[in-house]
Design a protein. Structure first.
Length: 275
């Protein structure tokens, strides 16, 4: 997209949007630069030179953590069944299973369940049914024998696979099935001509373990003058002030977080980290 010029306001008008908020926008899209509010690093898995090259580099750079994950994979094979990764599954029942796993994970973590909103499920269904080479939804599943142990709902083009909703069967958590799945996805992606996996911004340990390098992504919004945009701005400013107030007071933050987690647990959560 280097050298391509466009007007963000005209783009919003053409899409009949008053406000567009973004949190993973490629930071090098210069027309949007005046609308950036912050930038972050988004870890990337680079398999452009093949999976073996990538894995060798990770084994040398991660102080044994990737090797440990591979040992857990061998143990899972001995105790449950041979591991195999299917990169693109077309099975409505499996998709429903992955959604249920992810919803349960959100509740355990004390987070908002994205799949509680019909709009999210609708977008995923539309993308998974799309069969465009440039952009389509992809459902990946890691099996141990005939048993699904981890899954992923994401987006792909001809050369890029974007991580969106990784999840796993909690009964197999001790084997780190999420890590094994992402390694399997990297291997399968390389075999299908995909050069990179974008893991998305965040400093989670598994992302740092798997990443080859970072891409800068921008957070911000574009607004056209309208009543709706003014209302959203008031919401955003109130939320920002509350966030800054809580974040700047560790004791208040701890109390607020405990209260939120406790409220979520009333709806069936317990609290864990993604594996």
């Amino acid at each position: 997209m280097t050298g391509l010029r466009w007007d963000p306001m005209a783009l919003l008008a053409g899409c009949d949007l008053s406000v567009w908020e973004f949190d993973h926008l490629a930071a090098d899209q210069r027309p949007f630069a005046p609308h950036h509010r912050s930038c972050a690093s988004s870890p990337v898995v680079d398999v452009s030179h093949g999976y073996s090259t990538y894995l060798s580099e990770r084994l040398q750079s991660t102080n044994g953590s990737v090797a440990s994950a591979l040992r857990k994979g061998r143990k899972l094979e001995r105790e449950v069944g041979r591991l195999r990764l299917v990169l693109d599954v077309h099975d409505a029942r499996l998709l429903a299973t992955l959604r249920a796993w992810k919803s349960a994970q959100y509740r355990r973590m004390g987070w908002m369940d994205r799949f509680a909103h019909p709009e999210t499920a609708g977008i995923i269904d539309t993308l998974v049914q799309a069969r465009s080479q440039e952009c389509s939804g992809t459902v990946s599943v890691l099996y141990a024998g005939d048993t699904p142990v981890a899954g992923h709902i994401g987006l792909r083009s001809t050369s890029v696979l974007c991580s969106w909703f990784p999840t796993y069967e909690v009964a197999f958590a001790a084997y780190s099935p999420g890590l094994l799945m992402l390694l399997g996805m990297a291997e399968s992606a390389a075999c299908h001509g995909i050069h990179r996996l974008d893991l998305g911004k965040g400093d989670e340990g598994y992302k740092r373990m798997l990443q080859s390098w970072d891409d800068p992504v921008a957070v911000g919004w574009v607004e056209r003058p309208s009543v709706r945009a003014s209302f959203r701005q008031a919401q955003r400013e109130g939320s920002s002030r509350l966030h800054d107030f809580v974040a700047g007071r560790p004791r208040v933050h701890r109390v607020a977080h405990r209260a939120y987690v406790r409220w979520q647990r009333l709806n069936g959560g317990t609290g864990d980290r993604w594996r």
